[in-house]
Design a binder for this molecule. Structure first.
Ligand code: BG6
Length: 483
């Protein structure tokens, strides 16, 4: 039996020169270092294809930190850089891995590997690690998306990894789970008595989950055009958010209990029908007052890849019977916002109706980013003597997280995930059965597109997607929450 509870004192970063490393991994590690959260003997070995010496890599890392880490978190940067070393490896040939093993040295106390690589390189990389003996003993591996492009390829990757690592040593990353506000969703649901009794189809009319971005393709042309919004955002982040909203209370906040409940929700997702899915692709427009080109222009060729998707989803179980979950995500939308809206039902009988007052149903808005807040709209009486009748108005009860916890540092999602990987806590990582249930649902949508030769409708950059996305909810009498 492997010893699962260990804190690794070696961290191996594949893709160490990539975009993710520069923007997220190096800044997160440096911030953890500054806060004294990395063991003093933790050694970080970076690897990628580029030929570079350790000294050059440290310079490269310094530049990344100066660019992406806020100045007040860079205090011990020089010390942090001394932890880093670098070995160039061509992932497709076994040779370089021996040198990597040499650089890592004695890892009998534990090795954590972070793998962010193209799906096509997964197998070769696992093979190389095996060849160099880097999969034996106290070793765990973190896998960054994309983990495949459909269920079949995801199973292939999972099988290849499973040959060398059992599930308890595999940490599949969905960085949304590392976000503070996403975890706060669990606190909101399961650390308060008031919500659980009403958290079901008797009291909730529908749920909306929006992940809107203002950015376009950025520099990820090839990846994004092969992927599209459904696979890039819905398959992982949005379905994880949905699972957290819809799951039954786990018995404890531990990896098995939480993931057991999430997977039940993912498996209960009904396959969406053709009318329940809308796709779009942005054409030229303006975002925040700036003109931006259309997707095809950015890409440099015609493409049928969707940059927007809206879905009416259903969770087929007792709790959620008849409650639609409207999901939408897109690039080049009017603003960057991730939020969950829980729309409650109307009171069963309004005692104020005879006095001319309208009651509106309660609504809970959970802002994930950029605003981290929880807002509950409650009906209240508008002050006045009410000679012409009573007036009621929804007023928000507002909790702004940064204000409530102003003494706490807001951390990058990867800070927590890297630390959990090093220390071996799987709670915020996605289990194989979850990923596969997610793909199963996504594949059914894509199969339908292929069958019907579906192509995305256009929408102007800076708008909330094609008009069909508005019709998707309006025909149920529901309006997207766009304020
Ligand atoms: C990534 C997607 O997983 O998440 C990107 O590949 C997207 O396309 C990003 O921009 C959004 O992450 P965040 O944390 O900025 O909401």
């Amino acid at each position: 039996m492997q010893d699962r509870k260990f804190t690794a004192d070696r961290l191996l970063l594949f893709g160490a020169t990539g975009d993710l490393s520069q923007r997220m991994l190096l800044p997160s590690l440096c911030a953890l270092h500054n806060d004294g959260l990395l063991a003093s003997d933790l050694k970080i070995v970076g690897t990628a294809r580029s030929e570079m010496s350790t000294a050059e890599y440290r310079n490269f890392a310094r530049e990344a930190l100066e660019k992406y880490l806020t100045p007040n978190r860079r205090g011990g940067m020089a010390d942090f850089l001394n932890r880093l070393s670098y070995v160039p490896v061509d992932a497709t040939t076994p040779e370089g891995y021996d040198q990597l093993a040499e650089e890592i040295g004695d890892y009998s106390d534990g090795l954590a590997i972070f793998l962010s690589t193209a799906p096509s390189l997964f197998e070769a990389t696992i093979g190389g690690l095996e060849h160099a003996g880097l999969t034996e003993g106290k070793v765990r591996i973190g896998l960054e998306k994309p983990l495949g492009t459909d269920l079949k390829s995801s199973e292939e990757i999972n099988d290849a990894v499973a040959k060398a690592f059992d599930e308890s040593r595999i940490f599949r990353i969905d960085h949304y789970l590392g976000k503070e506000t996403v975890q706060n969703l669990l606190a909101l649901r399961f650390a308060n008595i008031m919500l659980e009794p009403v958290w079901n189809s008797n009291y909730i009319e529908h749920v909306q989950i929006t992940v809107a971005e203002t950015v376009g393709l950025e520099s990820r042309v090839a990846y994004y055009d092969d992927s599209g919004a459904l696979r890039d955002m819905v398959q992982n982040h949005m379905l994880q958010l949905l699972a957290l909203v819809a799951m039954e209370p786990p018995t404890s906040f531990d990896a098995t209990a939480v993931r057991d409940e999430k997977v039940k929700v993912l498996r209960a997702l009904r396959h969406a029908s053709g009318e329940e899915v809308v796709t779009g692709q942005y054409c030229a427009g303006a975002v925040s007052g700036q003109s931006v080109p259309g997707y095809d222009e950015e890409l440099g060729k015609d493409s049928d890849t969707e940059t927007f998707v809206a879905i009416k989803a259903h969770v087929d179980n007792w709790r959620w019977r008849g409650v639609p979950f409207y999901l939408r995500t897109g690039k080049r939308l009017p603003k960057r916002v991730t939020e969950i809206v829980v729309q409650f039902r109307c009171v069963p009988h309004s005692i104020f109706e005879g006095r001319g007052a309208r009651t509106h149903p309660n609504r809970l808005v959970i802002g994930i980013q950029p605003q981290e807040n929880i807002q509950l709209t409650m009906m209240a009486k508008v002050p006045g003597l009410g000679r012409e009748g009573i007036r009621l108005r929804p007023v928000p009860l507002d909790i702004a997280m940064p204000d409530a916890f102003s003494d706490k540092v807001r951390r990058i999602a990867y800070e927590r995930l890297l630390l959990d990987l090093i220390e071996g806590d799987q709670t915020l990582f996605v289990r194989r059965d979850e990923v596969e249930a997610q793909w199963d649902w996504i594949d059914a949508i894509r199969d339908r597109w292929d069958e019907h030769g579906m192509t995305p409708k256009t929408y102007s950059a800076g708008t909330w997607g094609p008009s069909a996305a508005i019709a998707l909810t309006e025909r149920d009498g529901v309006t997207w929450h766009d304020e």
